[in-house]
Write a protein that binds this ligand. Structure first.
Ligand SMILES: Cc1cc2nc3c(=O)[nH]c(=O)nc-3n(C[C@H](O)[C@H](O)[C@H](O)COP(=O)(O)OP(=O)(O)OC[C@H]3O[C@@H](n4cnc5c(N)ncnc54)[C@H](O)[C@@H]3O)c2cc1C
Length: 218
């Protein structure tokens, strides 16, 4: 079996090096100043993580935050983020539906992904960047690697024991290990005054390019 059942997996939960972030988001129409640009805000309400405005259609945007649990609750943080960053632009806006919360299971080491008869892929294995909360690429890559390894074991007529499947753990570490570790280092940096200094310099092209390189991995 390949467990790809996401952050709330009940199939192959094991202790991992990482943390579960919380996300809460809502959909709005009528927000002023929306373009086709994705907006990310490093904000005191969620630091060192971030809030966003994602345009989905010409009329609708998705506004959300992700943060580490503890302190103010998700609704309080969301309100503080919206009030601090978007209040003027949201005077004429209305929300469609309720706010939705979701955990994001992150880690900085790919491990415990194999057991007898089970390969764990994607967010079920906490394969999400702990700084940016990006997990889509990791889920696709780990799913592909899991299928390759399991297919190979089955094609050779072997039993899918943990030992026979162990190549999967190594393949994920080779493919995603550095990305996950870089996320951890970036979280550490964002907790220091470096973020404020970076944002202070943010209008300078060289600083913008450096921040973009740190957040967007190829
Ligand atoms: C608000 C939010 C914003 C995000 N933004 C980004 C982003 O911009 N970029 C990015 O890269 N990542 C982002 N992520 C993270 C990313 O969405 C996830 O890491 C990624 O989708 C994980 O993929 P997955 O296939 O492992 O799990 P999921 O996408 O969670 O899929 C798991 C699926 O398995 C199903 N399932 C669960 N249990 C069972 C079962 N027993 N039987 C059958 N099916 C089951 C679930 O219903 C679900 O459909 C975001 C996450 C959140 C919450």
């Amino acid at each position: 079996m390949i467990d790809c059942s996401g952050a709330n997996t009940r199939l192959s939960r094991s202790r991992r090096h990482g943390r579960t972030l919380h996300a809460i988001l809502g959909w709005y129409e009528g927000v002023d100043g929306v373009t086709d640009a994705v907006e990310l805000y490093f904000d005191a309400a969620v630091r060192p993580w971030y809030g966003w405005v994602f345009p989905e259609t010409a009329e609708r945007v998705n506004v959300g935050i992700c943060f580490a649990p503890g302190g103010a609750n998700a609704y309080e943080r969301f309100d503080a983020f919206v009030e601090g960053r978007l209040a003027a632009r949201m005077r004429g806006a209305s929300r469609t539906g309720r706010l939705v919360g979701h955990p994001i299971a992150t880690s900085w080491r790919a491990h415990s992904l194999v057991a007898d008869g089970v390969l764990t892929a994607g967010e079920a294995g906490s394969l999400v960047d702990s700084a940016t909360a990006e997990g889509i690429y990791h889920a696709l890559e780990s799913g592909r690697l899991a299928a390759e390894v399991l297919g190979d074991v089955v094609a050779h007529g072997f039993e899918p024991t943990a030992e026979a499947l162990s190549a999967y753990g190594r393949a994920v570490r080779r493919r995603l290990g550095r990305r996950l570790l870089a996320g951890r280092l970036l979280v550490g940096a964002l907790r220091t005054p470096l973020l404020d200094i970076g944002l202070g310099l943010g209008s300078r092209p060289a600083a913008q390019a450096a921040l973009t390189r740190a957040l967007v991995k190829g």
